[in-house]
Design a protein around this ligand. Structure first.
Ligand code: NDP
Length: 322
């Protein structure tokens, strides 16, 4: 272990490379930055290990022929980052000052880290409806990622909530595995693109339930059904239950970009917009973005890891050109 990366100033640390976030993007960035002798400091954030710690078995991350659990994969990445010399710290970033380098990053314990380069890999969080049953059945039939968990519902009955492109895409993906897919849409129409709507409405395995809302879930040791209400607030409002095995949320994601918006460009949803084709550079010299917080489309661990690698390589190039 060699954690000589921090030069202690009075009340202030200094590093060549600060990585913010501990998902696949953050840990991969820390591994590459360490091996490039940047001696990175990584701040884990509020959910150490990121979104994958909430999934069960991951079968689509290369290198694990028998699959691996999300928490295990993330612990492996963390350990690998530590083994190559990254200084992994618990805590969250509450404020950044990217006005002039070295950049100042304030942590929730009040400490400030000064950094020559910063890799922002703060991820995104799937939106949930806010039902207590979503927490109760998390990992037991409730998921916000069909690509991650759909495989477990082969020949079963599932429901997807949402009416956008993600919901339609996930419903179609699940229809290729499951026996039946209910798509629960709160409005009387889909918001998805026309092509995606057509694909969804013409899929014989998908039944779209327009003007429906979810009131709760039920089941003994996992999800066995859903409490629904149709045409809520109308004269013909109806409450009823459906038997399902899996409940998938697809009502959007919220990128964790709020505290950076003063300095880094975001789209209307809050995803970072990289400044060039590298996909990781920003208009602030030495500040890079990686992972889901800059990826509105793919949102896969392998993509996040790849962009973490790119961000660290760009940080190294940036410093060596200086
Ligand atoms: P969107 O914001 O487009 O859609 C969210 C959907 O969830 C809407 O139908 C919305 O309903 C519904 N919703 C939101 N909150 C609730 C709630 N509390 N209860 C019930 N339903 C709710 O998010 P997406 O993730 O689908 O897409 C994000 C962006 O990514 C879009 O720009 C999309 O086009 C793009 N995308 C593109 C893809 C592609 O091109 N292949 C694939 C996936 C995404 P309502 O309409 O009533 O607001």
């Amino acid at each position: 272990m060699y954690n000589k990366n921090i030069n202690k100033y009075i009340g202030m640390d200094r590093t060549k490379c600060l990585v913010i976030g501990s998902g696949p993007a953050g840990y991969t960035a820390a591994i590459y930055a360490s091996r490039a002798n940047l001696s990175p400091v990584l701040i884990e954030g509020m959910q150490p290990g990121g979104q994958l710690t909430q999934t069960t078995v991951i079968e689509n991350f290369p290198g694990f022929p028998q699959g691996i659990t999300g928490p295990e994969l993330m612990e492996n990445m963390r350990q690998q980052a530590v083994n190559v010399g990254a200084d992994v710290r618990s805590g969250s970033v509450v404020e950044v000052d990217f006005e002039t380098a070295p950049y100042k990053i304030t942590l929730d314990d009040g400490n400030i880290v000064e950094a020559d380069t910063v890799i922002v890999a703060t991820g995104a969080a799937a939106k949930y409806l806010g039902l207590s049953d979503e927490i109760k059945y998390q990992g037991m039939g409730v998921s916000a990622c069909a690509t991650c968990d759909g495989f477990f519902y082969r020949k079963k009955i599932v429901a997807v909530v949402g009416g956008g492109d993600t919901a339609c895409e996930e419903a179609n993906y699940l229809a290729s595995l499951a026996a039946k897919v209910y798509l629960i849409v709160r409005k009387p129409f889909l918001r998805a693109s026309k092509a995606m709507q057509d694909r969804t409405l013409n899929n014989p395995k998908i039944e779209v339930l327009f003007e429906h809302n979810t009131e709760g879930l039920f089941g003994e040791d996992g999800v066995e059904g859903i409490h629904l209400v149709s045409r809520k607030g109308e004269a013909d409002e109806k409450h009823y239950d459906l038997a399902i095995d899996g409940f998938f949320l697809a009502i959007g994601h919220k990128p964790n970009s709020d505290i950076f918006k003063k300095y880094l460009k975001t789209d209307e949803t809050g995803y970072f917009v990289p400044s060039d084709a590298s996909g990781v550079k920003t208009l602030v010299p030495g500040v890079f973005v990686a992972g889901d917080v800059a990826d509105p489309h793919y949102r896969q661990a392998i993509n996040a890891a790849a962009s973490g690698c790119r961000a660290a390589m760009e940080a190294e190039r940036f410093l060596s050109h200086k």
